[in-house]
Ligand binder design. Structure first.
Ligand code: ASP
Ligand code: MG
Length: 438
């Protein structure tokens, strides 16, 4: 069985955890191991980028000295002398590169270059440890085969061709970086925060893997967000479509783009816990073997509601097309939409082009904007020919003002928009009313 294993930042966050990861990789016989940067690294690098943009070079030294402490401790605890020497030299080289990029900061390119160093360093340390433990291992440079086009999409044909040859030796285990890639200008870039899961899915599809395993520090996808809600439980089996809805609507355990390549190629996705490898975790596959009406709840913050009121919409056709075209021009996807006879409300999660969008929408009618909202989405099998299923969800939220409801597009989800301060209360009361631990 061909397996691609991906480990998140906490899983490789210390020498102790890296040893656990190495045991899992050996036991599972991973063909490719895809790694995030050690926990906290990307956040620190993002801070460095902000400081570099503002010319705060002294503050950057503080960040780098914390990173030096973290990485050199890990190297010292994990690696024997010769391997440790090489790893320390690489670390110093990377941090010097960051200093140079910060001192001659170029907005996009330096930012991407700085942010990429976490994955590059972490994967090199881990590969060295594998080699030290006697494994035949090869470290692959992801930006040499994760090549993106103008729209930031990875060229999957080239990926399959490159990676197929690069990983041809059956007796070698391969280690590489998640998250990073090369953009259409040939510069180092990334797939967006949390993008390592997506890297693993694309690599799995490219080499015809049977399984992509995503290892984190929680025992699978839970029925609700354990950070806000008491008495959640892991779901052991889930369909691709359900997992995609949950990931898209905020389940932090999985990057939302991960599911599609796996679904397209029939590759099972396993969500497993590095800290407790025996725990069953969640298996996501094509077989839809759960028919419960309510399977899980997810929430996504940072949502902006845009309401367009126009009497020109009354009995008119083509109005929605004009609205959608504006969002398309500004490359801004719409999450939820509801319409009435004279108004349409929709939500977006990316405000980068909000001002430009609003100024064009004003041509169509009166515009109202509300920021700081949360989409709460119940996922399950809410059959449209069964009475009471939507009612029970809404009844659970009796105490919560609801701004928008999206239901009926598929039987899989019922999404509601609420103001973010009501999120915790809404998630808890959905949990209390719709779920019993299994
Ligand atoms: N290290 C990157 C991040 O923190 C990518 C990832 O972990 O998936 O966003
Ligand atoms: Mg992640």
């Amino acid at each position: 069985m061909i397996k691609v294993l991906k480990f998140g930042g906490t899983s490789v966050g210390s020498a102790r955890n890296m040893r656990r990861v190495a045991d899992i990789v050996k036991q599972e016989g991973a063909k490719i191991t895809v790694l995030s940067a050690m926990s906290g690294t990307t956040d620190a690098l993002v801070r460095i980028v902000k400081m570099a943009a503002e010319g705060q070079l002294q503050q950057i030294e503080e960040q780098l000295s914390a990173l030096t402490e973290k990485y050199s401790t890990c190297i010292g605890e994990l690696l024997e002398e010769t391997y440790a020497g090489t790893a320390m030299a690489l670390m110093n080289e990377k941090f010097d590169l960051i200093r140079r990029e910060a001192a001659a900061f170029k907005p996009y390119t330096s930012e991407r270059m700085i942010i990429a160093q976490g994955e590059l360093l972490t994967s090199a340390i881990f590969a060295a440890y594998m080699a030290q433990s006697g494994v035949k291992v090869e470290l692959l440079n992801a930006p040499s085969f994760m090549l993106c086009d103008v729209d930031g999409k990875v060229d999957t044909k080239q990926l399959a061709a490159h990676l197929g040859t690069l990983t041809a030796d059956e007796n070698t285990q391969y280690v590489t970086q998640g998250f990073i890639c090369t953009n259409f200008r040939g510069e180092i870039d990334n797939l967006g925060r949390g993008g390592s899961d997506y890297s693993a899915a694309l690599m799995g599809a490219a080499i015809g893997a049977d399984e992509v395993q995503i290892w984190t520090d929680i025992d699978g996808m839970h029925n609700n967000d354990p950070r806000y809600v008491e008495n959640t439980y892991p779901i052991h089996k889930m369909s691709f479509d359900e997992a995609a809805e949950l990931a898209y609507f905020g389940a932090k355990i999985l990057h939302p783009a991960t599911i599609q390549p796996c679904k397209d190629h029939g590759i099972a996705v396993l969500l497993k816990n590095t800290m407790d490898p025996q725990a069953e975790g969640t298996r996501i596959s094509g077989s839809d073997d759960d028919s419960r009406a309510y399977h899980a709840v997810a929430a996504k913050d940072g949502i902006t509601l845009i309401r367009i009121c126009s009497t020109r919409m009354l009995m008119a056709y083509g109005f929605l097309r004009k609205v959608f075209e504006i969002f398309e021009q500004h490359k801004t996807p719409i999450d939820m939409i509801t319409t009435s006879e004279v108004a349409v409300s929709l939500t977006i999660d990316n405000n980068a082009n909000l001002e430009a969008i609003v100024s064009e929408l004003k041509e169509l009618g009166n515009i109202e904007i509300e920021t700081d909202n949360t989409i709460v989405c119940v996922v399950g099998h809410m059959r449209h020919d069964e009475a009471g299923l939507a009612a029970r969800v809404l009844d659970s939220l009796r105490e919560t003002p609801i701004k928008m409801i999206a239901y009926g597009a598929s039987h899989r989800s019922l999404a509601m928009l609420i103001a973010t301060p009501y999120k915790k209360q809404a998630l808890q009361s959905l949990n209390d009313n719709l779920f019993q631990p299994c």
